[in-house]
Design a protein around this ligand. Structure first.
Ligand code: RIB
Ligand code: CA
Length: 319
């Protein structure tokens, strides 16, 4: 299809990652060149397995899935089973994957793709800790000028953090990787907690997925019902924030979002604020404006898009 946007999805599934991957696979505007798994919500052995299970749920077993980093660059791995469950994809009953994992390492695939595809023609969609992207940038610095855009879910400033008072999980797990990415010079769009906390999976919205009556629609509802309980208890809200699909929705319908270009840097030394992203939203410093920082979303429009696209997926996976 002419004019399809070529993307690589780097991910630590994770129920919200799963919905983002399903949205991408359901959208003909996007060409998913590959999915690279990273450690994060759960260890890598589970995130790569989950990525393959999601592709098969979507009826897309031909998708290339690669395994990447098993731990952050410097810090010990911190996972989030308390949010996502032991498997990382608790909720729906999904079979063991039968599609195979690619032999190449995720970082090699990212480098190889960026060095062979036309310059500035591939977008990296980062849904987890940024370890794979940072390793690729360190291994082959030339890719920085060849990336069309890095669109990432991570960080938070006005909203604070979700794993510490100041840090969001993806950045907190590997702040050194985030620092490398933020200073890479590649065009960056950040979808932080400031915007994802405005996209809540209310009961009505979860019912809309179940109401699709499809294998994928019901599976998504089961994922959300599991995934949202942690944040509902924590924030006392109807539903929890649906973080990662904001990345794919931004590619498909950027008009749903509002933000501005500003400087964003990350704390990598203080234990008190480790992983905090500091957004110079009001331009009070002369630091370079290295990211488009998104703060607002038309959340009704976001969920309308999600339900419509998820509704397109026909799954061969038995209920
Ligand atoms: O803080 C939310 C982010 O951390 C999401 O990407 C979620 O999947 C977890 O990875
Ligand atoms: Ca994620």
């Amino acid at each position: 299809m002419p004019g399809r946007r070529k993307i690589i999805i780097d991910t630590d599934p994770g129920q919200d990652d799963a919905v983002a991957i399903l949205l991408a696979l359901a959208s003909p505007e996007l060409e998913v060149l590959g999915i690279t798994a990273v450690c994060g919500n759960v260890p890598l052995a589970l995130t790569e397995r989950n990525a393959r299970r999601i592709c098969e749920l979507a009826g897309r077993p031909e998708t290339l899935v690669f395994a990447g980093a098993t731990r952050p660059l410097l810090r010990e791995l911190v996972t989030a089973e308390q949010v996502h469950g032991k498997t990382g994809l608790n909720g729906p009953e999904l079979p063991e994957p039968s599609m195979r994992l690619q032999d190449a390492h995720a970082v090699d695939f990212i480098i190889e793709t960026l060095m062979t595809e036309e310059r500035a023609s591939v977008t990296l969609c980062a849904l987890g800790p940024l370890t794979n992207l940072a390793l690729a940038l360190v291994r082959e610095p030339r890719i920085a000028s060849r990336i069309q855009e890095i669109v990432l879910m991570g960080g938070g400033f006005f909203e604070g953090g979700n794993v510490t008072p100041t840090a969001e999980f993806n950045i907190y797990v590997d702040p050194h990787a985030a620092d490398i990415v933020l200073k890479s010079g590649a065009p960056i769009v950040m979808l932080p907690l400031d915007v994802t906390h405005k996209a809540l999976t209310t009961a009505a919205r979860t019912r809309a997925f179940r109401g699709l009556g499809t294998r994928v629609g019901v599976a998504v509802a089961e994922m959300l019902e599991f995934f949202e309980r942690f944040d509902e208890q924590k924030y006392g809200t109807d539903g929890g924030p649906l973080h990662d699909p904001c990345v794919i929705a931004w590619l498909l319908a950027p008009q749903l979002f509002r933000g501005r270009c500003c400087n964003v840097e990350v704390e990598t030394t203080s234990e008190l604020t480790m992983g905090m992203t500091v957004a110079d939203w009001w331009g009070v410093t002369s630091r370079p404006k290295n990211a488009t920082y998104i703060r607002d979303v038309d959340h009704d429009g976001f969920f309308r898009l999600l339900v419509e696209r998820i509704g397109r997926l026909k799954s061969p996976v038995p209920a």
